[in-house]
Design a protein around this ligand. Structure first.
Ligand code: ZN
Length: 218
């Protein structure tokens, strides 16, 4: 079971006080997809790990709303221009839309592309859970592009994590149906291995997904 609790949040953009729900505990008994999407038995926790101000649309994880959290003038003006109109138009109602908004806020804050990619990947996973295939493809592509940017930045990703991110980019392209790009990325995984013993599973997963893809690990 995933258990939730009500939390009180304060918006650093518009000072709105509002209630949201957060995850107290969850589980991964629902298995793990080959793009690392963990499924819980019972309710899925992902929609409750991102929060959106009900007044202005500012979005982020819980720590973005702690007392004393501050945002820059640039972020505030972007939120009011881009996100606030979406509140009235009910375009920040689904979990994927809220993760997308959080990714935009991260972008305005100048966050690392890997962090932005993680939020976009979560948006894609929420679309999977909501059977929104078009949204899933959109966010998977956006996440793949941001992970690629992160890998292209010199020294931005620790060498021990490059192989698994390279595998993930391949898996994202495979899941949007671009088998050529997927194969290129899966083949690249070998060149990113820095610890053949510890990372044997990544090499094996890349080979598996290239030759005879599986949807779930295990
Ligand atoms: Zn607000």
């Amino acid at each position: 079971m995933t258990s939730l609790q009500s939390i009180d949040l304060v918006c650093p953009v518009c000072d709105n006080h509002f209630r949201s729900q957060s995850v107290v505990s969850t589980n991964s008994f629902g298995g793990k997809r080959t793009d690392f999407h963990e499924r819980a038995a019972g309710a899925q926790p992902l929609p409750y790990l991102v929060h959106t101000c009900t007044a202005c649309g500012y979005s982020g994880v819980e720590r973005s709303f702690v007392e004393g959290a501050e945002v820059s003038t640039h972020v505030r003006s972007q939120v009011l221009t881009v996100l606030t109109p979406r509140v009235a138009q009910h375009q920040l109602d689904t979990a994927s839309e809220r993760y997308h908004a959080a990714a935009q806020v991260a972008e305005w804050e100048g966050a690392h592309p890997r962090h932005i990619a993680d939020l976009l990947l979560r948006a894609a996973w929420c679309c999977v859970d909501d059977s929104d295939h078009e949204g899933e493809r959109y966010y998977r592509r956006a996440a793949a592009q941001r992970f690629t940017e992160a890998l292209d930045l010199a020294d931005a990703v620790p060498s021990t994590e490059r192989a698994v991110l390279t595998y993930l980019v391949g898996e994202l392209w495979r899941r949007v149906g671009d088998d050529v790009l997927a194969a290129e990325w899966f083949e690249r995984v070998d060149t990113e291995i820095v610890d053949p013993e510890d990372q044997a599973w990544v090499r094996d997963a890349a080979r598996q997904q290239r030759e005879s893809p599986r949807e779930w690990f295990g």
